[in-house]
Write a protein that binds this ligand. Structure first.
Ligand SMILES: Nc1ncnc2c1ncn2[C@@H]1O[C@H](COP(=O)(O)OP(=O)(O)O)[C@@H](O)[C@H]1O
Ligand SMILES: [Mg+2]
Length: 253
């Protein structure tokens, strides 16, 4: 399965300011003891863009995602979701922001084993005391191809199906931004392609901003642009990536 090129592959950085950015990082540093996992990183993710973040193991990809999504707080610097400064939020407000405005997809699916597909998908709404908009729920359930499996438990599903449920769960609140950390690392190439196509569709069909952490050039080629991390810094950006150009750039870093 090959990745289609995005029509509007402009830089993820918004030259006109932050008005068009879904998430903005300004001089973000994160240290763990003596380790500097993120080193003075500034970046803006344009609304509706699909960005892949690549880098060697230990380069700071997960730390970047955790800070940008409000799962963790930086040691210094500012992160904004739209106009909201995450550093100004107390824990409860930050938890609610993550639940209502951000979608997450992880390598390990993280579904609740005791809940069927429908309850897993609607969990972010249930936790927020909200009801599913039935039209939207129907659309995403069809998009991910799970309409006839709503009563099934995760243990009865393949890895690819479980990840598609996780994508539906990430989209159910219509989040402004979806963060995916190595979502296809455990999947075969064909199944991985299905999951990546869903992320591509989230950006193209409904304008979600997508940030994908991956070490796979084929996965990165689904994005509008690729950002390369090395030792906690952004060292390069590649627009309109193909697997070949990503691999080439990766090898010369
Ligand atoms: N919770 C933590 N405690 C201590 N060191 C950490 C922690 N999380 C990450 N690190 C360190 O920060 C650096 C970046 O890690 P990480 O963001 O997980 O990289 P990647 O996802 O690219 O593999 C590594 O040196 C890692 O060992
Ligand atoms: Mg990681």
């Amino acid at each position: 399965m090959t990745a289609p090129h995005a029509v509007s592959a402009t830089s993820a950085t918004d030259p006109s300011g932050h008005g068009g950015a879904a998430v903005t990082l300004e001089r973000v540093t994160k240290t763990y003891g003596r380790v500097t996992a993120l080193d003075n990183v500034s970046w803006a993710f344009r609304r509706g863009s699909f960005t892949a973040i690549m880098g060697a193991s230990g380069s700071g990809k997960s730390t970047f995602l955790h800070c940008a999504s409000g799962l963790d707080r930086p040691t210094s610097g500012t992160i904004r979701l739209g106009e909201t400064d995450l550093g100004k939020l107390k824990e409860t407000a930050l938890t609610e922001l993550r639940r209502d405005r951000v979608g997450f997809v992880f390598q390990g699916y993280n579904l609740v084993p005791s809940m069927d597909v429908q309850r897993n998908i609607t969990l972010p709404l249930t936790l927020g005391g909200r009801r599913a908009d039935s039209g939207w729920l129907t659309e995403i359930v069809h998009r991910v191809g799970m309409a006839d499996r709503l009563g099934t438990k995760p243990s009865q599903l393949s890895g690819g199906q479980q990840q598609r449920v996780a994508v539906a769960r990430a989209l159910v609140t219509r989040p402004e931004i979806v963060f995916a950390d190595e979502p296809t690392a455990a999947l075969d190439p064909r199944t991985a392609g299905h999951v990546l196509r869903l992320l591509r569709e989230a950006a193209d069909a409904t304008g979600q901003t997508v940030v994908l952490v991956t070490h796979d050039p084929t996965a990165a080629a689904w994005a509008d642009s690729v950002v390369f991390l090395s030792e906690g810094r952004i060292v390069d950006e590649l627009a309109r990536p193909t697997a070949a150009t990503v691999l080439n750039r990766w090898e010369t870093l």
